[in-house]
Write a protein that binds this ligand. Structure first.
Ligand code: NFE
Length: 495
């Protein structure tokens, strides 16, 4: 019996602790915990409903656009304020750009370093100018025999990094290129959202920006370069990394139960469908099945889950993250869930792309439910999305209004369900006497990083860690790879 704890898990937003117990060389118990409290839901009580999208965006600097849209949608539903189609399409473009930057960030800046033989690169004696440049920003000291990786390449956990240094060098050289691509995606958000990261143009009723033809063409120019990068660098890099680490196309499987709220509305409905997939069978989404449990979370148990009152002394609790459940069951959310739900709902472009990718990798579709399945799902979604954004862009008419007229009402209640880069996101509001009476957020990382629920059932990441083989002297790299495939954002998870 052994124990490995990673605390904090680095290269993630917020504070995450992962504790594992191993038996016979594999993980047989895992607990994940969010280690901070924030209280956004309390901050919102008593405010004007129009403040909600402004405040909830501050939950996170990585996915603020999703919070702005979820928040605007719940206010729209409460106040009966449906946005025009052009407002929805402009939101799709802003959210789409946010997805692209987030997925690229996740692979290159947050995850790829778990697979790169940085020490091997540093030990190479060569005059190759590209390698010299790489070394220049990877090393802490380059004087004598003591050459160490520098931040953000620290801490380095010991592990089975590949011997193929030319592959490592190639992937490492895309680290800086990826930063440049993210800058382009941020420029796209700023063109339509007016500022980044927290946008100013998304409001209940639609989008207040009125982009010119020139601004739309500037957006198109960035999008073209991003699409080329995704098709020719990002997706091939993820596929090549999956080939280098075949074990991780089998590890980290998890619950095999997937949930998506649907996203990117078009005239005929959501481009990415909502629904659940459990044992390969697809079901439509039933909002009434969504609940948050708090048996092992440091919150006061409340029957209607409308409050988030902290209880740091609560017996048995071990996390500041709550435990969302659908029909009483934990579900994985995120790009893989979206892909699997869309696949089983029969979305033709998703089906074609997934089938083609798995054929090229010579992998069975069951390999999708793995660490690399999640990385591949993100890259495939980015490719599909970049292509679809070109279609939405063609449909924007700069001459029309993109926002409904705001008519205040003193009471109402509503929900705003959408997809954020990391998965299903829901905001719920009740309004009384013109002010916010209650506000509730259920965030993707809350689903994935939930602790046990009321039936002592583990959360999705806790399940995915089970059965992961670990080296005798492991510092936790194997667990970190599984955990990071879910792209944790604990700032969001605890909100
Ligand atoms: Ni803070 Fe987020 C996304 C939301 S959290 S990054 O994507 O909502 O899972």
């Amino acid at each position: 019996m052994g124990k490995v704890t990673i605390d904090p898990v680095t290269r993630v937003e917020g504070h995450l602790r992962v504790s594992t117990e191993t038996k016979g060389g594999t993980i047989h118990q895992a607990r994940v915990a969010g280690e901070m409290y924030r209280g956004f839901e309390q901050i919102l009580a008593g405010r004007d409903p129009l403040d909600a999208p402004v405040i909830t965006q501050r939950i996170c600097g990585v996915c603020p656009v999703s919070h702005a849209i979820a928040s605007s949608r719940c206010v729209e539903n409460a106040l009966e304020l449906p946005p025009p189609l052009s407002g929805k399409l402009l939101r799709n473009l802003i959210l789409g750009a946010n997805f692209l930057q987030s997925h690229i960030l996740h692979f290159y800046q947050l995850s790829a370093l778990d697979f790169l033989n940085i020490e091997g690169i540093l030990s190479l004696k060569t005059r190759d100018p590209q390698l010299q440049e790489l070394k220049g920003w990877v090393v802490q000291e380059l004087d004598s025999n003591r050459i160490l990786p520098a931040a953000p390449f620290l801490p380095r956990l010991k592990g089975d990094y590949p011997a193929d240094l030319s592959w490592t060098q190639n992937l490492l050289s895309h680290y800086l290129q990826a930063l440049d691509m993210r800058r382009k995606a941020h420029s796209m958000i700023a063109l339509l959202g007016w500022k980044v990261p927290h946008v100013a143009s998304i409001v209940p009723g639609g989008v207040t920006c009125t982009p010119t033809y020139g601004e739309l063409e500037a957006f198109r120019g960035h999008l073209y370069i991003l699409r080329r990068f995704i098709e020719s660098v990002y997706l091939p890099d993820v596929m090549a990394t999956a080939k280098q680490f075949p074990d991780y196309t089998r590890l980290g499987t998890g619950l095999r139960r997937f949930l998506a709220f649907g996203a990117f509305p078009e005239a005929e409905g959501d481009w990415l469908p909502s629904g659940t997939v459990d044992s390969r069978s697809f079901s439509s989404l039933r909002e009434g099945e969504i609940r948050e449990e708090t048996a092992y979370s440091w919150y006061v148990d409340a029957p209607e889950q409308e409050t988030s009152l902290p209880d740091p002394e609560k017996e048995g609790a071990y996390s500041w993250i709550k435990a969302p459940r659908y029909g009483g069951k934990a579900c994985e959310v995120g790009p893989l869930a979206r892909l699997i739900v869309a696949y089983h709902a029969g979305q033709p472009s998703v089906k074609e792309m997934v089938d083609d990718c798995m054929n090229r990798l010579r992998l069975n579709h069951s390999a999708l439910k793995s660490v690399f399945g999640r990385h591949l799902a993100r890259a495939l979604e980015a490719q599909l999305l970049a292509r679809r954004m070109e279609v939405w862009l063609d449909q924007i008419d700069p001459e029309t209004s993109h926002v409904a007229e705001y008519v205040p009402r003193s009471q109402g209640s509503g929900s705003g369900l959408i997809e954020a880069p990391r998965g299903a996101l829901g905001h719920w509001i009740t309004i009384a006497e013109g002010r916010i009476a209650t506000y509730q957020c259920m965030v993707p990382s809350t689903w994935n990083f939930s602790p046990m629920g009321g039936r002592k059932d583990p959360g999705p990441v806790e399940s995915a860690l089970l059965g992961t083989p670990v080296a005798r002297d492991s510092q936790g790299l194997e667990a970190a790879r599984v955990v990071r495939s879910f792209d944790p954002c604990i700032a969001c998870a605890v909100h």
